[in-house]
Design a protein around this ligand. Structure first.
Ligand SMILES: [Zn+2]
Length: 219
């Protein structure tokens, strides 16, 4: 019998072509009309939005979009880990944000302006993704001669997580352990990472949540 060469499957080829590239589509609002109404901070029942059936992404340069660095970083992490990035929360419209967290103080989330993402990578501890992100900054020519991008610092002020976050000029990274940061978007059992954008290099401006900004999305 002549041994036959086993057929090669596309997911076995060099690199990781089985991975779905991360695009702005992964950032669509996770609101669902089927979510049961919940009492808000005034005790009134409040429903959710209907996610991408109801509305689009924030407006960026006249089109639907989110902060490009987030898409770039998620694709880098996919490429380096050869594992699919699972985005659990990208853009949140104000209605969905209010559904997740009804307290008025919880409304200033950068998710609403397309500048924050929550995600995990199956079989990867979030801590092990930090060096990959740091290496991305150290090896990209865009950040040469920019020390405030190359060196990550640890945030020592109070936050909603136990692990001190990492940050550089452009981004702020938090790790949510299995008992932290659970909501309808993150109802899975895995620890996850959140990346917020602090500075928009393309536009040369600080990125902040504003009420006005949160209202600027495609309807
Ligand atoms: Zn929504």
């Amino acid at each position: 019998m002549i041994p036959q060469q086993l057929p090669s499957y596309p997911w076995e080829t060099a690199g990781a072509p089985h991975l779905r590239p991360i695009t702005k589509e992964h950032f669509r609002c996770r609101g669902r009309r089927s979510h049961p109404p919940k009492p808000n901070h005034n005790g009134e029942l409040q429903g959710d939005c209907d996610g991408y059936f109801e509305h689009g992404l924030p407006v960026r340069n006249g089109e639907e979009g989110v902060q490009p660095i987030l898409i770039e970083l998620l694709n880098i992490l996919q490429e380096k880990t050869k594992n699919q990035v699972i985005v659990t929360s990208g853009h949140r419209c104000p209605k969905h944000q209010a559904y997740l967290y009804s307290h008025p103080k919880a409304q200033a989330s950068k998710h609403q302006v397309g500048a924050e993402v929550a995600f995990y990578i199956p079989n990867w501890e979030p801590e092990n993704l930090i060096p990959i992100i740091e290496n991305f900054y150290k090896s990209h020519s865009r950040y040469e001669q920019r020390p405030s991008y190359l060196h990550f610092k640890r945030w020592d002020k109070e936050t909603d997580v136990r692990t001190p976050p990492w940050y550089n000029e452009e981004i702020f990274i938090k790790i949510y352990q299995q008992d932290e940061g659970r909501n309808e978007d993150n109802s899975h059992p895995f620890p996850y990472l959140s990346i917020q954008v602090r500075y928009d290099m393309e536009k040369g401006e600080k990125v902040q949540y504003t009420w006005k900004g949160s209202q600027e999305y495609f309807r």
